[in-house]
Design a protein around this ligand. Structure first.
Ligand code: DUC
Ligand code: ZN
Ligand code: ZN
Length: 466
């Protein structure tokens, strides 16, 4: 049998197994796995490397309008390029419904932005901001049938949040149509009250962003979202969880029989609220929501990755330039934390951080790394087993990892559109040295060897996790 490509001498790692094996690829798929394979147009020597499923980052924001003249630092080209260099082969950006528009109109606009631009495969979650009868009764069921099988709702941000009755109707429609609902859990009324108090006191520095979004506001909203899902018997994903109290809500909901998935992100392992209290306005670089907490919360989030509270480790890549009047330091943001856009870059650093801090420091094993970074995302969001594993018949989406390669993270070596990384100076060991999407090499060492447009849009099935 002849192959397009053979990956030889590597150690294959999946979410369940680690074994020595050659991998044969034909027409973009894995077609053979055996001790020794011969005869291919291209042989890649993976001696000393791990052959892992490419990362799936199911939580990224690209080219998403943020209002007030703020512009996201990544479009689909730069965001997916950065994703590829970070070991990812699929990302799942959000498609924002503008109030007054339909979901189909939103999708049309985002498909136009992404078409021909991507370096890795993509698939959209739709952010529902205007859950009209038409949206929930007609559009959502038809969209699920067309492969748009997940949506996100917000409990915070004046212009995005849904009221509880709207969340209930959305969850109820999702149950009947088969969509999976991701929820951003923070109590908007609490946050607005606290922002108002700090503004009245003239407390306007970036650190007040974290102070006005306390753990209790996240815990309460997490509890409420889980209760609303329980009331209409719907599965739910609690995204970007930052602390133990919200984790405990997830555990309690599961103990009551709730179908709940949990997600955390690198910022909750590596940053704290103290980072927002840097000199001058540097703290703006770390403004994201929910905000990073404290060292005890970091420990809690590691426990959650170990014990299964979290199924997903995603970046929540939401990049804004720092020194830019369309970014963090816009005219109003320089004067008041309320106007600093929320979000930080991280799609390229997610996997090296989890590998180095997790596998390298003995907190998780290699198989859990693969589950948290790829396989569970594919299962939860309806891409498995086409994506998220190394198996015969799966897409040949592969990251070759050098577990010994040490890199000092610095913005100079990253490929995103932001002008900083929150992880500047962090040394990591373990780095993706070659990334292959459906059999085609996209990155080889520091070199980009593909052209944009290689990434496809992925229609998805319903979640297979619950
Ligand atoms: N929520 C996200 O999911 N990403 C960035 C900002 C936010 O509030
Ligand atoms: Zn969110
Ligand atoms: Zn996000």
């Amino acid at each position: 049998m002849s192959f397009d490509t053979i990956i030889r001498n590597g150690t294959v790692v999946t979410a369940s197994d680690t074994f020595r094996c050659d991998v044969g690829i034909s027409n973009g798929r894995i077609t053979a796995m055996a001790d020794t394979l011969d005869d291919a147009l291209e042989i890649i020597d993976a001696s000393g490397l791990y052959v892992m499923p490419g990362g799936i980052d199911s939580h990224v924001h690209l080219a998403q309008p943020s209002g007030d003249g703020i512009v996201m630092a990544d479009d689909f080209a730069s965001g997916t390029l950065s994703a590829a260099f970070g070991g990812n082969t699929t990302v799942m950006p959000f498609c924002l419904q503008e109030k007054g528009s339909t979901l189909r109109e939103a999708l049309k606009a985002y498909h136009a932005k992404a078409e021909g631009e991507c370096f890795v495969d993509i698939s959209f979650h739709i952010i529902v901001t205007d859950p009209t009868g038409h949206v929930l009764g007609q559009e959502l069921p038809a969209l699920v049938a067309d492969g748009y099988t997940s949506i996100k709702v917000f409990m915070t941000y004046e212009n995005l949040r849904l009221r509880d009755d709207e969340i209930l109707s959305t969850l109820d429609s999702a149950r009947t149509s088969g969509a999976l609902v991701m929820v951003h859990c923070e109590n908007e009324d609490v946050i607005r009250f606290l922002i108002g108090r700090h503004e009245a006191n003239g407390e306007l520095a970036p650190k007040y962003h974290a102070i006005s979004r306390p753990v209790a506001a996240e815990r309460e909203a997490t509890h409420r979202a889980l209760s609303l899902a329980e009331i209409v018997d719907t599965s739910i994903v609690i995204v970007h969880v930052s602390n133990r109290e919200a984790m405990e809500e997830i555990a309690r909901a599961r103990a009551r029989g709730g179908k709940v998935a949990g997600e955390t992100c690198p910022q909750y392992l590596m940053l704290t609220a103290n980072d927002l209290d840097a000199t001058e306005l540097e703290g703006a670089k770390f403004v994201c929501s929910p905000p990073p907490r404290d060292e005890k919360s970091q420990i809690a989030c590691w426990e959650g990755l170990q014990n299964g509270t979290f199924d997903l480790f995603s970046s929540d890549h939401c990049p804004f330039r720092y020194d830019d009047d369309q970014g963090k330091l816009n005219e109003k943001g320089k004067r008041n934390f309320r106007w600093i856009p929320n979000g930080i870059p991280g799609v390229e650093t997610r996997l090296p951080i989890l590998f180095s801090e997790g596998v390298g420091k003995g907190r998780i094993d290699l198989n859990r790394f693969v589950a948290l970074s790829s396989t569970n995302h594919a299962k939860l969001y309806g891409l498995y087993p086409r994506k998220g594993t190394i198996a015969i018949g799966s897409d040949a989406d592969i990251a070759l990892w050098d577990p010994m390669k040490s890199v000092v993270i610095s913005n100079d070596i990253l490929h995103h559109g932001a002008d900083y990384t929150p992880y500047e100076g962090l040394e990591v060991t373990g780095w993706p040295v070659r990334v292959i999407v459906r059999g085609k090499t996209v990155t080889d060492g520091d070199a980009l060897v593909a052209t944009k447009g290689l990434g496809n849009y992925l229609a998805r099935t319903r979640s297979t996790s619950f």
